[in-house]
Ligand binder design. Structure first.
Ligand code: ATP
Length: 366
């Protein structure tokens, strides 16, 4: 396996700046996920690494080779796409062996690699079947097998699970994670699914409009988002974002949300103090607020009215209004309140985020 480097890589399609100045250092054996909404440039980035798309600017290195202008076949990478496009008239074995045959790999070596990949993927019993005799998940595993037998320097995967139903998707996701551990492979993986990104990635690259917003571990993306976009793209329901003005109240800083004062302390108060502007955009995740019961450590609080309760089985989502601001709270499934209740929302003081209302950049983590 090998490391992969993108150095100031850009791609323009006429007037469309699909990928803008992307620099990434992907370590050997890393599982790097490119995450973002449709059209953010993640597929184009992957296709440039694959050699399927010319770079407009920049350079790409795989291992210690500059591959920027090499055709795909000379880059020593294997690709897995959502459309697994197996050859319908070939058996599973033949599908996996086909690429190696084209490369004139000796028969015994092909046999060894196909059997090894089949064992890793649990396909041993299916080698003589044709694609139409397989389930969607099995077909996707054959597509993975076809990539594994190549023993490439890196795997490039573009939404490989998106054609599977929800249950199979979860199962295959787990298999993919095990596979990564077992192969010690370098994987670059494109998805718009935050759960896949959070569970699979050793690091996640969040993209928007062709621009990298943040590169971090899943934990870092979730707990230390660099801007409002990252904060609200990852997490379901999304992080609450509310506009507030900043005032001083009996010597302490307070964020005023529609007339209600939320007293601030710690690093957040210090950051706002040194920032020194009159307004801020505050963020807090639904699980970092408690309803009615003071958080531990006791945090600042505001009053709210319950607008809607969604019982999810394992938890409740409680949608509230704090004045004109909407704030959703995640509670245990034993929470018994209802619509119209007046409640107090306690904010975990260590989990409150603050963003510049203009640039939307985090005042704490950028
Ligand atoms: P999706 O999840 O929908 O595949 P994506 O994040 O992978 O989206 P890209 O496919 O990389 O996004 O596209 C990035 C931008 O480049 C989009 O605005 C898209 O319309 C544009 N684009 C992609 N390919 C081409 C092309 N061949 N010609 C012109 N514009 C293109």
């Amino acid at each position: 396996m090998a490391s992969v480097q993108l150095d100031h890589v850009s791609k323009r399609f006429g007037a469309v700046a699909a990928v803008q100045d992307v620099t990434l250092d992907i370590a050997d054996q890393e599982f790097l996920v490119l995450l973002g909404p449709s059209g953010c440039g993640k597929t184009t980035t992957l296709r440039m690494v694959a050699g399927l798309e010319e770079l407009t600017e920049g350079r790409i290195q795989i291992g210690d080779r500059d591959v920027s202008h090499l055709p795909p076949k000379d880059r020593d990478i294997a690709m897995v796409f959502q459309n697994y496009a197996l050859y319908p008239h070939m058996t599973v074995y033949e599908n996996m062996a086909f690429g190696l045959k084209l490369h004139r790999t000796p028969k015994a070596e092909i046999d060894r690699r196909v059997k090894e990949a089949a064992a890793i993927l649990g396909l041993e019993g299916l080698l003589t079947r044709r694609p139409k005799e397989l389930s969607g998940g099995q077909r996707q595993r054959v597509a993975l097998g076809r990539a594994i037998v190549r023993e490439p320097k890196a795997f490039l995967m573009d939404e490989p699970l998106s054609n599977l139903d929800a249950k199979l998707r979860t199962q295959t996701r787990v298999e993919l994670k095990r596979l990564h551990q077992r192969l010690g492979a370098t994987i670059i993986y494109v998805t718009h699914d935050q759960t896949e990104a959070m569970t699979l990635g050793t690091r996640i690259v969040v993209m928007k409009d062709g621009v990298v917003q943040q590169v971090d571990t899943p934990e870092g993306i979730y707990h230390r988002p660099a801007n409002v976009f990252v904060a609200t793209f990852v997490g379901t329901p999304a992080m609450n974002i509310v506009d507030a003005t900043i005032e001083r109240h009996q010597g302490q800083l307070a964020a005023v949300i529609d007339g209600q004062k939320l007293l601030l302390s710690g690093p957040l108060a210090a950051a706002l103090e040194s920032w020194g502007r009159p307004t801020v955009r505050l963020g807090i995740r639904p699980e970092d607020i408690s309803v009615g019961v003071p958080s531990d450590p006791p945090g600042p609080s505001v009053d709210a009215v319950v607008r809607l309760v969604e019982p999810m089985g394992h938890e409740n989502l409680v949608y509230t209004d704090v004045g004109s601001a909407n704030v959703v709270v995640r509670t245990g499934n034993d929470w018994t309140g209802g619509v119209g209740d007046r409640v107090t929302l306690y904010w975990n003081p260590q989990r409150i985020h603050a963003f510049d209302p203009e640039s939307e950049r985090s005042l704490l983590f950028s």
